[in-house]
Design a protein around this ligand. Structure first.
Ligand code: F6P
Length: 538
C-alpha cells in the first residue's frame, strides 16, 4: 500500500474523528480507570504516556491498522537491511548501522572510523595531542550547520561538561557567531573540527576560512594548521583542496540529520569521551531493537508517530510544540525541527506524484518553565489548537531535595493536566461569586478566565538525563519521523527543497559584490539589492 487515502483505515479514522465531536478527554478518563496504564508504553528507560491524547480504543485499533496497511513493518526491515529506501537519491538511509553491534564485513568501515575517532579523542583528551606551541587542547570548536551542527550541539549541551576540552559550536555565517566564540579562546589551545557532509556548504567553509586566519594570525605556520584543524566529511577531495590533512569519513547513506552517530559526532567524543559516546550509541541501539522487535501496540516510537498522525491528519492540529523541562535540553526543539521538518516537509510521494494527505506539521517549542511565561497563554486559550510533547527527565532522589527540582517537575505535570482538563466553569462561577462578583462583571470575568481544555499532549519521561537515555530518545524521534514518512508515503531522506535557496544565495553573493553588475531578479529582490549596495557604498 502506498497512498494512505486508499487504505481502509483512513476513512475509518476520519469517521472516528468526526464522531468524536466535542467529547472531552476528561470523559475518557472518567469512563475508564485503567486508561492511564493502558495508554503508556515504556522502552529503554523512557516512558511515553499518551493517555492525554484524544484517542479511544477504537481509534487506537484504527491507527494500528493504518500502520499495518501502509506496510511500515516491511519498510522498517528494508531500512535495517540497508536497502535504498531513499528513492529520489537511490541510496540507503542506514543510520541504524552506525550503532549496530554487528561486526559483519559490511559494517567494518563503521568500526574502522569509530576506532580512529576514539584514538584521536583519547589523544586530545589525554594531552598527548598538542597545539603549535606544545600546549594541550582546552577547547574544541565544531564548525558546521544543519545536521553537521544540531545533533552534536544538542548532545553536548544536554550532557554538559566543564572539564576541558570544552565544546563550542558555530553554525551561523553571521560573523558574530564565530567571532564571539573565538574571542574567548586561545588559538594555541583550540582544535577546530570542520564538519560538512558535502564540504560544499558556503556558510561552513566561510567560517572555516576565517577560523584558519585567526590561527595563523596568532603565530601558527601553515604546517601548524594540521595540529588545529581536522575535517569530518564524505568528500575527501574537497577536504584536501581546502588544505585539511586529517579527515574522518562517513558515507552518502548517512543523512545529515541522522548523522550524529557517525564521525559527525567527533566533537561529542572529544568533549565527553569515548565511553559516553559508546553509551549514546548503546542507548540508540536499545531503541532500535525495541522499535524493530516490539509489536506496534507497545512500540514507543510507533506511538510517537501515530499520535502525531492522529492530531495532524484527523483532528487538524497542524502545529506541534515540543517542551523539554530541562534547561540543558534547550536545543531539542531545533534538533527536532530539522529531523522532522526536513525529513517530512514534502508534498510529493515516493513515486513522485502529489502527496494526497497533509504531511509534517509545524514543529516548534522551547524549554519549560520559561515557555509557560511566554506562549503558554496561547496554548491554553488561543484559537489555534496545538498538541504538545512534554519531555521530562527525572533527577536522582538526592537532587530531588532541591526545591527547584520539585517546582520543575510539578510545573511540567501541571501544564499537561491544565491543558487537558481546562477549567470547570461551574466551579469558576462559584469562586467568582465568593469573590463578590455578580451580574455583567461576573459574566465578563467568567468568559475571560475559563478555558475548555481538551488540548492533547504526550508526556515522555526519561529515567535520567544521561548518554544512554539521550541516545534512546533521539533514536525514538528518528523512528517517529520514519514511521510518519512511510504512512504519508513521502521520502523522509532527501531534502531537495533547500537547494534552490542555496543556488540563489550564490548568485546574490556575486550581485552584492563591488564592481559587479547585478543580474536581474524579481522587482522586490532587485530593489533590496540596490538598497544594500547603496548602504555599503557599492
Ligand atoms: O540544509 C540542507 C543541508 O543539506 C542539511 O540537510 C545538512 O544537514 C546541512 O545542509 C549541512 O550540509 P553539509 O553537512 O553538507 O555541510
Amino acid at each position: 500500500m502506498s497512498d494512505p487515502l486508499a487504505t481502509r483505515s483512513w476513512p475509518r479514522l476520519e469517521a472516528l474523528a468526526h464522531a468524536q465531536g466535542t467529547r472531552h478527554l476528561t470523559e475518557l478518563f472518567a469512563a475508564d480507570e485503567t486508561r492511564a496504564p493502558r495508554y503508556t508504553v515504556t522502552a529503554c528507560g523512557l516512558t511515553l504516556d499518551y493517555a492525554k491524547q484524544r484517542i479511544d480504543d477504537e481509534t487506537r485499533d484504527a491507527l494500528l491498522a493504518l500502520f499495518d496497511e501502509q506496510g511500515v513493518a516491511a519498510a522498517r526491515e528494508a531500512m535495517f537491511a540497508g536497502e535504498p529506501i531513499n528513492t529520489s537519491e537511490d541510496r540507503a538511509a542506514w543510520h541504524v548501522a552506525l550503532r549496530a553491534p554487528d561486526t559483519a564485513p559490511m559494517y567494518a568501515p563503521v568500526h574502522e572510523v569509530r576506532d580512529a575517532m576514539a584514538a584521536f579523542a583519547d589523544e586530545v583528551r589525554s594531552g598527548a595531542w598538542t597545539g603549535f606551541d606544545g600546549q594541550t587542547i582546552t577547547d574544541v570548536v565544531n564548525i558546521g550547520i544543519g545536521g553537521s551542527d544540531l545533533g552534536p550541539r544538542f548532545v553536548c549541551e544536554s550532557l554538559v561538561t566543564d572539564e576541558p576540552p570544552r565544546p563550542h559550536f558555530v553554525a551561523n555565517v553571521d560573523p558574530h557567531d564565530l567571532d564571539d566564540t573565538l574571542a574567548g579562546l586561545d588559538p594555541a589551545r583550540t582544535l577546530v573540527i570542520v564538519t560538512s557532509k558535502s564540504f560544499g556548504t558556503a556558510e561552513t567553509l566561510a567560517n572555516a576560512r576565517v577560523a584558519r586566519q585567526w590561527l595563523i594570525a596568532a603565530g601558527a605556520s601553515e604546517n601548524d594548521v594540521a595540529k588545529h584543524f581536522v575535517a569530518v566529511s564524505t568528500n575527501e577531495e574537497k577536504v584536501r583542496a581546502f588544505g585539511i590533512q586529517r579527515m574522518f569519513g562517513f558515507w552518502d547513506w548517512v543523512g545529515g540529520r541522522y548523522s550524529l552517530w557517525s564521525a559527525v559526532g567527533l566533537s561529542i567524543m572529544v568533549a565527553l569521551g569515548v565511553e559516553r559516546f559508546a553509551a549514546l550509541l548503546a542507548g540508540a541501539r536499545a531503541m532500535d531493537q525495541h522499535f524493530r522487535e516490539t509489536p506496534a501496540a507497545d512500540n514507543l516510537p510507533v506511538w510517537l508517530a501515530l499520535t502525531g498522525i492522529w492530531n495532524n491528519n484527523f483532528l487538524g492540529l497542524t502545529s506541534h510544540c515540543v517542551v523539554p523541562y530541562a534547561q540543558r535540553m534547550a536545543h531539542l526543539p531545533s534538533f527536532l525541527q530539522q529531523l522532522e521538518m526536513e525529513s517530512n516537509g514534502k508534498s510529493v510521494t515516493r513515486e513522485g506524484a502529489p502527496a494526497t494527505v497533509a504531511t509534517v506539521p509545524t514543529i516548534w517549542g522551547s524549554v519549560g518553565t520559561n515557555a509557560q511565561h511566554a506562549y503558554f497563554q496561547m496554548l491554553h486559550q488561543g484559537e489555534l489548537a496545538v498538541d504538545l510533547d512534554f519531555i521530562l527527565p527525572l533527577s536522582s532522589p538526592e537532587d530531588a531535595g532541591d526545591e527547584r527540582e520539585i517546582e520543575r517537575v510539578a510545573n511540567c505535570l501541571a501544564q499537561a493536566e491544565a491543558l487537558m482538563c481546562g477549567r470547570d466553569s461551574q466551579a469558576l462561577r462559584g469562586e467568582l461569586e465568593a469573590e463578590g462578583l455578580s451580574g455583567q462583571a461576573l459574566e465578563h470575568r467568567l468568559a475571560a478566565r475559563q478555558f475548555a481544555g481538551n488540548r492533547p499532549s504526550n508526556m515522555l519521561v526519561m529515567d535520567t538525563l544521561d548518554a544512554h537515555h539521550l541516545g534512546a530518545l533521539i533514536a525514538a524521534y528518528e523512528h517517529k519521523a520514519f514511521v510518519q514518512g512511510m504512512i504519508w508515503n513521502v521520502n523522509s531522506f532527501d531534502q531537495w527543497g533547500v537547494e534552490l535557496g542555496k543556488a540563489m544565495a550564490g548568485q546574490l553573493v556575486a550581485d552584492l559584490a563591488a564592481g559587479h553588475t547585478p543580474s536581474a531578479h524579481d522587482g522586490s529582490t532587485d530593489r533590496l539589492v540596490a538598497q544594500v549596495r547603496a548602504h555599503w557604498g557599492r
